[in-house]
Design a protein around this ligand. Sequence first.
Ligand code: ADP
Ligand code: MG
Length: 255
Amino acid sequence: MTTDILVKAIDVTKNFGEFRALDAVSLEVRKGEVTCIIGPSGSGKSTFLRCINLLERIDAGGIWVNGELIGYRRDGNRLHELADAQIARQRRGIGMVFQRFNLFPHQTALENITEGPIQVLKDNPKVARDHAMHLLERVGLADKAGNYPAELSGGQQQRVAIARAMGMRPNLILFDEPTSALDPELVAEVLDVMNDLATSGMTMIVVTHELGFARNVSNSVAFMDGGRLIEHGPAAKVLTQPDSPRTAEFIKAVH
Ligand code: ADP
Ligand code: MG
């Protein structure tokens, strides 16, 4: 594998009982690239992110992050599930931002960001707080450091959630419809923060219906339907001249 590939998924298959939620999904994401995943509800977008982040176990195929097989170790041709500690270690390198800003309600914005670095990465608390303040500045919320989530708007909470993900110094951040639960007037401030993050070189996989963001910020766009990855290519190509009529139909319906 060439070194600039950060995420490589090959033939990832995931079943829920009899139902096949992911059917041989393959995708490569280069370091520093933003890949948007679009597609109708139920097409497997969240399941795919959850497999990358080890929240779900795959039934077939493989996912490599930074050249390392995720969730398993290979023994000849056989795969063995990794021990919990190894899985936890792999998950630490992958940030996730969900649709619902799942901040810890009893912690301030600053504490939400320092919790992981202090508890998990064993950072010095003062260093962690300085770093968290820097991150809050980056997302434009330095003045909200002492506020609790309930005192913040949805857009502000989501910006804290992004800062919290960044606080763990991940190689990769996965976003699952980060603006879908927001009031329309709050969407732009979150997309601006994501745009800034993309510009800084963070590798991002973003499930979104914001086709403007996909067009302006992402390097490539993947379209999923029925558990399959139907097409993947440069954003301009997929969004304006898709190969598949299903992609074209979806894009037309979202607009
Ligand atoms: P999307 O994010 O594209 O809307 P999801 O990945 O959430 O789609 O879901 C894909 C399909 O898998 C849906 O039909 C959904 O009902 C099903 N699914 C997702 N999670 C589970 C689960 N834990 N158990 C059973 N079915 C599931
Ligand atoms: Mg989803």
